[in-house]
Design a protein around this ligand. Structure first.
Ligand code: AR6
Length: 171
């Protein structure tokens, strides 16, 4: 089942939440900052030990004080006009996160809108990639949740989910 909802991802009661991290796994602003604040210092310590995550790749840590059991940290691309492979890299960030969760036996997963904050990816194009990846892995999970921080962001996801077209990935 795929659902889109408004909310704060740090509060989601799923097996694993996904963080929109940076390659240095150093923490930062946005959803990354919120997750580390809520999870506590043990998660930052785990990230420090891992040390690096390439754009499009994903790593996994415990979830500290969160309700979720684990955190997958993935790195989406910085938007640079769209001609630098951004769509493929964003798709990779979702796909590698799904594959890692599946390998770890995690059955429910929540994603923020990766790359659409500080990294500047256009929201609708990003949501289409997120939902297309969700469709690819739908059978592997009990629930895939896309957690939008604003009502406007949620409307974008709902529009795509409610139309029969639009979830195809356009490279
Ligand atoms: N729950 C759900 N979504 C949230 C939350 C939250 N608590 N807080 C923000 N968002 P961003 P990026 C949404 O900037 O663009 C960090 O500094 C936000 O509204 O967090 O991938 C990292 O360390 C937006 O829609 O991530 C990296 O350096 C979405 O999350 C860099 O930012 C993603 O915005 C990553 O940039």
């Amino acid at each position: 089942m795929i659902i889109a909802k408004r909310g704060d991802i740090t509060r989601e009661d799923v097996d694993v939440i996904v963080n929109a991290a940076n390659e240095g796994l150093r923490g930062g602003g946005g959803v990354d900052g919120a997750i580390h604040r809520a999870a506590g210092s043990s998660v930052m310590e785990a990230c420090r030990k891992i040390g690096h995550c390439a754009t499009g790749d994903a790593v996994i840590t415990p979830a500290g004080k969160l309700k979720a059991r684990r955190i997958i940290h993935t790195v989406g691309p910085v938007w640079n006009g769209g001609k630098s492979g951004e769509p493929g890299l964003l798709r990779d960030a979702y796909r590698t996160s799904f594959r890692l969760a599946k390998r770890e036996g995690l059955r429910s997963i929540a994603f923020p809108a990766i790359s659409t904050g500080v990294y500047g990816y256009p929201k609708k194009e990003a949501a289409m990639i997120a939902l297309a990846a969700g469709r690819e892995f739908e059978e592997d999970f009990d629930e895939i949740r896309f957690v939008c921080f604003s009502v406007g962001d949620l409307a974008i996801y709902k529009d795509i989910l409610n139309s029969n077209t639009g979830v195809g990935f356009q490279p």
